[in-house]
Write a protein that binds this ligand. Structure first.
Ligand code: C5P
Length: 468
């Protein structure tokens, strides 16, 4: 059973020890993951410690492995806090750091480690860490235990949860521990929660641009194509301008919003899964009151996309600066990067969807060949977007892209409507190991690196495992 009080008691029991280290001027290191949930959670823990006067640094890593643990241990920090990482590496942390570490996480953890006093994991308190409690939310409640005045950091929990796709309630709403953090942000007056059409840039972009920027759900023929969307909306009779200025989706009245979805429905026509795609357009939207409406930080989902683009493109530090409140140089750089990231994804989507030879259906499995046309750093989002498209919602999609040193980067995702059980984390781990590569990840999203020369053997092994 969900036990928020138990979680808070656990955090409060850690506070005296942490404050003793802080007051003694010990060197603390926060280690976090480069995705949006990692950047938000690392920033929340860092801010909370800094506000109490700690001598603390934050560092991001793309993945934690035994080699990275040894390297971090050699830096001789006095105490290490790992967030969004390490739940499967507790034995290695114990060996390298003794008792000088704390793990705050939401990834699944073994029965043996669940009671470890150095580990605070969402699953141990009755929360489903994949749907109801992201790392940023776990980090926020840690910050709240350090000082109740940290309630402003609840906004980072909302961003992290949405970016981690923990929108498991009706209308893509937040649930569980994430919702508890969301309610704090709402009560503080920082966050508005409403029901609306969930288009990217709904408060800031011209209507047609908003529709073209939206990739969840993927709208075939419209996502990534401003011109096609503009032509469609012109024909729909919707007033796209007012007094010479473009209107935004949030300025449309209910009837106009209905007209807009009808026009989109017509464009999607008999596309398989079109009805689900349209149902996915209406839901709970999260708006930060004090963020500039003309930045991606205003909408919590876009804030998450901005951070994910920073992490993917090697700008994790910029992402952290934005989380810590930089609204000048870092935000500008992050916004420039987001724009490049979006165009890169659109180009890649176009390249793979316009060339039938790059998409091979094998029953419930679809293999996507992005070699030479998809930047490996963008492969994960490209495969996620494709899997969210009506045509592939009931499939497992596995993509590949050229990587360095004769390797291929692999990304795989399970569609929401896939019938049957598949654990992609094990599929990727086992199929990659068979061909001399390395793979792993979660049940619904996983990846690998394999030698390019073994691509066919790898694909065959994945196909056997998915259909078997
Ligand atoms: O890169 P991509 O977005 O496809 O990765 C999907 C998920 O699989 C991520 O959570 C990533 O951390 C994980 N992964 C992993 N081990 C690998 C490759 C990816 O755990 N070797």
């Amino acid at each position: 059973m969900a036990d928020l009080e138990g979680l808070m008691q656990r955090y409060r029991s850690l506070v005296p020890g942490i404050m003793e280290s802080v007051l003694a001027g010990k060197r603390l290191l926060v280690v976090t993951h480069i995705d949006a949930d990692g950047l938000c959670s690392g920033s929340a823990v860092f801010s909370a410690l800094k506000r109490r006067g700690a001598n603390v640094t934050v560092r991001t890593v793309p993945d934690l492995d035994p080699k990275t643990i040894t390297e971090l241990a050699s830096q001789r920090h006095d105490f290490y806090i790992f967030v969004d990482l390490a739940s499967t590496l507790v034995a290695e942390l114990e060996a390298a750091l003794g008792g000088r570490y704390l793990v705050i996480d939401h990834h699944e953890i073994s029965e043996a480690d669940i009671g470890n006093q150095s580990v605070v994991n969402a699953w141990a308190f009755g929360y489903d860490g994949g749907r109801e409690a992201c790392s940023s939310t776990m980090a926020y409640f840690f910050a709240a235990a350090l000082d109740p005045a940290n309630s402003d950091l609840s906004t980072l929990a909302v961003v992290g949860a949405l970016a981690d796709r923990q929108e498991s309630g009706p209308g893509r709403s937040l649930t569980g521990l994430n919702r508890s953090a969301m309610e704090v942000a709402q009560k503080k007056g920082l966050l508005m929660v409403s029901k609306d059409l969930m288009f990217t840039g709904r408060e800031t972009r011209p209507v047609h641009e908003s529709v073209a920027l939206t990739s969840t759900p993927f709208l075939k023929g419209l996502t990534g194509s401003k011109d096609a969307t503009l032509a469609l909306l012109h024909n729909s009779g919707l007033e796209l301008k007012e007094g010479g200025a473009w209107r935004t989706i949030s300025s449309l009245g209910d009837d106009e919003k209905r007209k807009l979805t009808e026009a989109i429905a017509e464009a999607l026509g008999s596309e398989p899964g079109a009805t689900e795609a349209l149902a996915g357009l209406f839901g709970e939207v999260y708006t930060f009151r004090f963020e500039d409406p003309f930045t991606p930080l205003r909408d919590a989902r876009e804030f998450g996309t901005l951070l994910n683009s920073c992490g993917r493109m090697g700008l994790a530090g910029i992402g952290i600066s934005v989380c810590l409140g930089d609204r000048s140089a870092a935000l500008k750089e992050a916004m420039r990067n987001l724009s490049d990231y979006r165009s890169g994804i659109n180009r890649a989507l176009d390249a793979v969807t316009s060339d039938a030879s790059r998409v091979e259906p094998h029953g419930r499995l679809v293999l996507v060949n992005g070699e030479g046309v998809v930047d490996e750093r963008l492969l994960g989002p490209v495969i996620s977007i494709l899997t969210g498209s009506p045509a592939y919602k009931d499939k497992v999609v596995v993509g590949r892209a050229t990587s360095r040193g004769n390797d291929l980067k692999i990304s795989s995702r399970v569609g929401d409507l896939y019938e049957g059980a598949v654990d992609l984390g094990s599929v990727m781990r086992e199929a990659a190991a068979e061909v001399g590569g390395v793979g792993g990840g979660h049940a619904m999203a996983a990846g690998a690196k394999i030698p390019a020369s073994r691509a066919d053997a790898f694909s065959k092994s994945v196909a056997d495992r998915v259909s078997g």
